[in-house]
Design a protein around this ligand. Structure first.
Ligand code: FE2
Ligand code: FE2
Length: 217
């Protein structure tokens, strides 16, 4: 990776964190969720780098897109399902200012725009980079940390927790049976690794619930 690329990544990070600061100035109570969002962003960028290298995508474009993919989620406004397309509009002038070539700006903006629901609001062919960004985001959405978050509200209600774990296992196994959920081979391999960990943890929880009773001999 060149010095220019790393300098650009730092400028992008500064930009995203600057927007987070602007939001926190009005809404300090959002600090924990925006901290999670930034940590998620960093992990998506790491997965993006790994996937881009393995798949032969442009590492620089993928990492830039990953760092910006959720930029709209650092706003006070909740853009919901639009946050990809809004994010692409926020990112475009920054990318031009950082000296990315026009075709690269389009590719990065397309990758940001489509990461939520596969839809952009401008014409562009699907690119390997956009598939990699999408995969990187989905891999982190099934992280070990997410297992903990899944039960955050239910820790004191064991019956509900076990019922939730059982439902979750069914959903995860359906994903696991599909041959190619992700956009790339490497994405699928890393995603399956996440699924296997989650399935194992949830199955262990359910198994523990079955021995939560008096033994008989
Ligand atoms: Fe997102
Ligand atoms: Fe994301």
């Amino acid at each position: 990776m060149t010095a220019t690329a790393n300098a650009r990544f730092h400028k992008i990070a500064e930009f995203v964190l600057g927007r987070r600061e602007d939001t926190l100035a009005h809404r300090p109570e959002l600090a924990p969720s925006l901290e999670y969002r930034w940590k998620h962003t960093l992990r998506v960028a790491q997965y993006g780098k790994q996937l881009a290298e393995a798949e032969g995508a442009s590492v620089e474009l993928v990492v830039a897109a990953c760092l910006l993919h959720d930029v709209a989620r650092f706003d006070v406004a909740d853009h919901g399902i639009e946050h990809g397309r809004v994010g692409a509009r926020i990112a475009r002038p920054l990318l031009a200012e950082l000296g990315f070539a026009p075709a690269d700006v389009d590719n990065i903006c397309f990758s940001i725009a489509v990461h939520v629901d596969d839809k952009a609001d401008f014409e562009h062919p699907v690119t390997l980079e956009s598939k990699v960004v999408n995969d990187a985001d989905n891999i982190d959405r099934f992280s070990a940390y997410r297992i903990l978050l899944h039960f955050r509200d239910t820790l004191d209600d064991y019956e509900t927790l076990v019922a939730r774990a059982s439902q979750r296992i069914e959903k995860l196994k359906r994903y696991r049976q599909e041959a190619q959920v992700m956009g790339t081979e490497t994405g699928n391999r890393l995603f399956n690794r996440q699924l296997d960990l989650q399935i194992e943890v949830f199955e262990r929880l359910v198994a523990d619930s079955r021995i939560t009773r008096m033994p008989e001999i």
